[in-house]
Design a protein around this ligand. Structure first.
Ligand code: PBG
Length: 330
């Protein structure tokens, strides 16, 4: 004890509540829960065993069997949901393969439901970029521009295919205007009143999707700046969120997560539906690469990233670490 130190007459000493681990636990404002986490998975048509993804260490393109194992493990760990992306063998200009009832994505939805039933909500990605030969999220017009309304008609058919396959929720990630309303109408007309829609409402044209394009073997040349948002804009996100909810979105998403926590917080403050955030491939790979290089403590960085997203207002977090984080916080 340094008795010679003069004591200051401080009215508040916030450090009192940080003194022991037990006190810190008592006053912790946010807690991560496995139930909030959604595991995104890639399923490759024709794969007989999992295939490593070079730019996403620890993430694979699944085969049927490895998908069913991963879904079962996620459910057992208490993960809240699974989000499926298909990697087809064949692609075409119109994404016709995306509509077929035996598309790799529809099949993967069936396999997952077979493995985990109603214990793990299945979110199927509803977008064309994995299925088009040019890699865009929609079909192109004669000038090579993404044709919004022609794309909506394809999304409607794809939505019905994925609902029929048993998807609990459809993840509308294409950023076409009117996509939520168009798909909702098609689902309702086909009797799929209970299939929910998660709208990727505020989705930015981001460099952080780089490794994902590797994961789905995207053929994209150029960029998505005519449909995804400019990272400079914030107000535009509130507009996108407002429109999607007006069109019937059951949940909205902000994506990517960590560079857009301000958008996430503003969105969470402005709506009365669940708000999801997606810690995307580039965010995943940056932390994995820095940890592999010995630059940061891997587990602490992962947990801190998830807690930041939760604190900013996400009630659902899509993360490639979902199963691991669910186990870590148990
Ligand atoms: C498009 C889609 C993308 C991601 C999810 N859905 C890629 C893109 O918009 O280019 C990215 C997810 C990630 O980077 O982890 N269907």
């Amino acid at each position: 004890m340094s008795t010679s130190v003069d004591r200051f007459d401080l009215v508040e000493r916030p450090r009192r509540l940080r003194r022991t681990a037990a006190i810190r636990r008592l006053v912790q404002e946010n807690r991560l829960s496995a139930a909030d986490l959604v595991l995104p998975v890639f399923v490759r048509e024709g794969a007989t065993e999992p295939i490593a993804i070079g730019s996403m260490p620890g993430v694979v393109q699944h085969s049927r069997d490895s998908l069913m194992r991963a879904a079962t493990e996620a459910a057992e760990a208490g993960v809240g949901g699974i989000m499926i992306f298909g990697v087809p063998k064949e692609r075409d200009a119109c994404g016709d393969v995306a509509i077929a009832s035996d598309s790799i994505l529809a099949e993967a939805v069936r396999w997952t439901k077979q493995a985990t039933g109603n214990s793990l909500p299945v979110i199927a990605d509803l977008c064309l970029d994995e299925f088009t030969s040019h890699g865009h999220c929609g079909v192109l017009d004669a000038d090579g521009n993404v044709d919004n309304d022609a794309t909506l008609a394809v999304y409607q058919q794809m939505g019905i295919t994925l609902a029929e396959a048993g998807s609990d929720i459809l993840g509308l990630s294409g950023m076409m205007d009117g996509q939520v309303g168009a798909v909702r109408e098609a689902l309702d007309d086909a009797g799929h009143l209970d299939t929910a829609i998660l709208a990727y409402a505020a989705k930015y044209a981001s460099a952080f999707y780089g490794p994902f394009r590797d994961a789905v073997e995207s053929a994209l040349q150029g960029d998505r700046k005519t449909y995804q948002q400019d990272p400079a804009n914030a107000l535009e996100s509130l507009r996108e969120v407002r429109l999607d909810i007006a069109e019937g979105a059951d949940m909205v998403m902000v994506k990517p997560a960590l560079p857009y926590l301000d958008i996430l917080a503003r969105t969470a403050d402005s709506v009365d539906v669940p708000v999801a955030a997606y810690i995307v491939s580039g965010e995943y790979s940056m932390i994995e690469a820095a940890a592999a290089a010995g630059m940061i403590d891997r587990e602490r960085a992962i947990l801190e990233a998830h807690m930041s997203v939760k604190r900013a207002g996400a009630s659902v977090i899509c993360t490639y670490w979902a199963t691991e984080v669910a186990r870590l916080i148990k």
